[in-house]
Design a protein. Structure first.
Length: 207
């Protein structure tokens, strides 16, 4: 008998001796919290800056101009986008805009200077951005492989806390949660960036 079969056999034996009993999970946490737009935005910006993300603010009429400026400042000339992203967002960008597809091997995405996506919902309290694989957000690899992620967050999608944010997600969709640039620490607690995703996160908050 292999090690795998031994472990699985012991698990089956344990479940036979002590079968699992369904438990009622309490759902009495706070929900439905609200905050004025200005306060939600300031709370989110505070968290994002603390996580070492770069924050840019604009309104819908200046979104394209803001994205172009951010990409130009980064020196990005080859930018990836999901297939469902609004084309007008990068209408003023004079570099190469590459529309992603599932046919593109994930390692090839490292050739992009940056990626631009939208977002589903954002939690102000934790500074967490949620992506759910919608057409304007793309597959998970698109936002994990390139070194720079420029993410657009609308004020209408910003919720106060985690329960309010989760209530707007579809559980069956592939959810990616982003709290600042990718970072971890080694055994000596030295910060290392870019291990699990992009080292640079730029968040464009659209009021």
């Amino acid at each position: 008998m292999s090690s795998r079969e031994t472990i699985l056999s012991r698990i089956r034996d344990a479940q036979t001796l002590a079968p699992p009993v369904p438990q009622q999970i309490p759902r009495d946490y706070r929900t439905g919290r609200t905050m004025p737009d200005d306060e939600r935005i300031e709370l989110l910006v505070d968290r994002l800056v603390d996580y070492k993300a770069h924050v840019h603010r604009c309104d819908p009429t200046t979104l394209a101009e803001t994205l172009t400026r951010v990409l130009d400042d980064l020196g990005a000339r080859r930018v990836g986008v999901p297939a469902g992203l609004d084309e007008s967002w990068l209408g003023g960008f004079d570099g190469d805009v590459v529309v992603d597809s599932a046919d593109v091997p994930a390692p090839q995405l490292s050739e992009l200077d940056a990626v631009v996506t939208s977002s589903t919902v954002t939690c102000a309290e934790t500074g967490t951005i949620f992506l759910d694989g919608s057409p304007d957000q793309g597959r998970r690899a698109l936002t994990l492989v390139p070194d720079v992620h420029v993410c657009v967050v609308s004020v209408e999608s910003i919720e106060v806390g985690v329960p309010e944010s989760l209530s707007r997600l579809v559980p069956e969709r592939p959810t990616t949660m982003i709290s600042g640039p990718s970072a971890t620490s080694d055994i000596e607690l030295e910060r290392v960036e870019g291990v699990h995703g992009p080292r640079n996160l730029h968040v464009v908050v659209v009021r």
